[in-house]
Structures are given as C-alpha cells and as structure tokens.
Design a protein around this ligand. Structure first.
Ligand SMILES: *[C@@H]1O[C@H](CO)[C@@H](O)[C@H](O)[C@H]1NC(C)=O
Length: 321
C-alpha cells in the first residue's frame, strides 16, 4: 500500500482545479464565453458605479447601496473569472496553496458583503414602500452609511474567521479540487485531518453570512409584495410588481443556490450538481444584476442619458476648439 503523503497549508502544495477543462475540445469556446461574460459584467457594474458617483440625483440611500453592490460584484467576479480565463487559455489547472487560500478568502469576503448588501437594499425598499412616512427619519444618511460599511465589515470578518481556521487543515497529496475555483467546501473534502470542528464553525458562519440576510431580505420582500397587493388599480399593481418580481427572482436564484451549495452536505452524487449551481451565484447573477436592478430603472436611465449627452457635448466642443 502506498503511504499517504501529508502536506500542510504552509508547505508548497499545489491544487489541481478539475472541472476547468474536463473536455479539451471545449477550451476555446469556454474561454471566449467566459471572456464575454466577464466583459459584460464589468461593463454593466462599472457603469452603475460611475453613474451613482457622478450624478447627484442618485445620491440617495437606495443608489448608494446599489453603487456599493455593483462595486462588490466587480470585485467578486474578479476573484473567479480572470483565474478561470487563464486556466482555459493555458490549459494549466494548478493553483498554488497560497493562491487557493487567497482566492477563497476574497471570495468569502465579497460573497458575505453581497448578502448583507442585498439585505440592506431590500430593507431600504421595505421602509420606502411600507413605511413611507417614517422613511426619511429611519433611513437617513448616517444609517445608510452604517449599513453599507457594516456589510463590508461583516464579509471581511467572516472570511477572516474561516480562512484563519483553515490554517489548521492538513491535506493529503494528490490535491484534486473538483471545482472551478478554490471554494471552502471542496477544500474541506480534501483534508486528511479532523474537520468536524471546522465544519461546525463553517456552518455557523454560513448561517450568519447567508441565511440571516436571506431571511431579512425575504421578510422585507413579503411586506413589499403585501403592500403592492393593496394598491387599488391593476395598472399600478402590475407596474410595481414587474420591478419587484425581477429582483425577487434574482435574489431567490442567488440565495437558493448559495444555500443548497453551502448548507447541504456535499456527497458524491451532489458534487456535480453543486458545481453547476455554483455557476449561478458566482457568474450568472453578477452579470444579470445590473440590468435587473438599475438599467430598467427610470432614474438610472435618465442619469445615463444625461451622462451620454454630456460626453457627446464634451467631445464636440473638444473637436471644435
Ligand atoms: C458605498 O457606500 C458608502 C457609504 O454610504 C458611500 O459613501 C459610497 O459612495 C458608496 N459607494 C458607491 C460606489 O456608491
């Protein structure tokens, strides 16, 4: 029998990210597809951040949250997609232990922040729609600032705890991660040391990071929908519902897949499903969110139009000088 070799986090181990190029024939199409997805995601989210920062009409709590949300999405996709693109391009599936750790630290950090920001955004909508008279006093500049900063800190804190604990892990060689990025759950599977304690802590952290904001988001949306149903005219109801339903769909897809992947134990039969579901919350939602949350929105469209006209005017005057 071959003796298992041990490797510590700190020793120079490498991990193999499987599932990056299972099928070599697909490598080029997958590269192009990911590149397009990455560019669309970046473009949409950067556009929103620039608009929110540049247009003074958008300096309200709702848009400050949205700007922060898009900033998180930019960072979040950038922890996964560039690495994936490089793997598709070079066919190199290895990632160093250090790289792996850094990837899951930042991924955890931004994912946590995103969950809390989603909760803050839905709470903001709940106050605006269900408590319109109290809105101005309950959601003032200070509260929105605290919620936004708190979201970033919460993500950072959770990621630090989990990453810190992971230093205790010992790995058996060979290290094959059956996933397209260094996520925590597939890493735990590879560990040869006892992971019970770590699993428990991770479960609690995931609960605070994902389930708690999810419940806040859900309750806020239920109140919003109940308020919408009370609108007397069918027209008004449909209009309010159309924006709300797209948010709700995206929130459900994002949290639903996150919860399935992180809260349900990874068994061999669920692993492939997990990999597929991970695609939704890591790659799909950041791409679609800017469209759903803002570009369909009248104020954002107005700001965009104004910015475009200004740019055109600027270029024209520059040519005429
Ligand atoms: C994020 O939130 C902070 C605090 O409210 C705010 O000052 C900042 O402008 C926001 N960022 C964006 C891009 O909107």
């Amino acid at each position: 029998m071959e003796k298992e070799k041990w490797a510590n986090w700190t020793s120079p181990v490498e991990f193999l990210l499987l599932g990056v190029s299972d099928v070599p024939r697909l490598q080029v199409p997958l590269f192009l597809l990911s590149l397009v997805i990455y560019m669309v995601t970046m473009f949409g989210n950067i556009l929103i951040v620039v608009l929110v920062l540049a247009d003074r009409h958008l300096h309200t709590p709702m848009y400050v949250f949205l700007g922060n949300f898009s900033s998180v999405e930019i960072c979040y996709t950038s922890t996964i997609l560039p690495r994936l693109l490089a793997s598709f391009l070079t066919g190199d599936e290895t990632i160093s232990a250090q790289g792996c750790k850094i990837q899951f630290f930042f991924f955890g950090c931004f994912a946590g922040t995103e969950c809390y920001l989603l909760a803050a955004m839905s709470y903001d909508r709940y106050l605006a729609i269900c408590q319109p008279l109290l809105y101005a006093s309950l959601m003032n500049w200070k509260v929105s600032f605290q919620l936004a900063v708190g979201s970033w800190l919460a993500g950072l804190l959770m990621a630090t705890i989990v990453t810190g604990l992971s230093y205790k892990l010992r790995f058996c060689v060979p290290n094959r991660i059956d996933h397209f990025f260094c996520d925590f759950a597939p890493l735990l599977e590879l560990a040869c040391s006892d992971t019970r304690m770590l699993r428990l802590v991770t479960f609690i952290v995931c609960f605070l990071d994902v389930v708690f904001p999810f419940v806040v988001t859900l309750v806020s949306y239920i109140c919003v929908i109940a308020a919408i149903l009370r609108i007397p005219t069918t027209m008004g109801r449909q209009k309010a519902f159309s924006t709300c339903s797209s948010h709700l769909t995206m929130v459900t897809v994002f949290y639903g897949t996150l919860i399935i992947v992180y809260m349900i134990p990874r068994t061999a039969s669920l692993r492939q499903l997990n990999k597929t579901l991970s695609f939704f919350y890591t790659i799909l939602t950041p791409m679609v969110n800017p469209l759903l949350y803002s570009l369909r929105n009248r104020e954002v469209k107005g700001a965009l139009g104004k910015a475009l006209r200004k740019t055109v005017a600027c270029i024209e005057s520059w040519y005429c000088l």
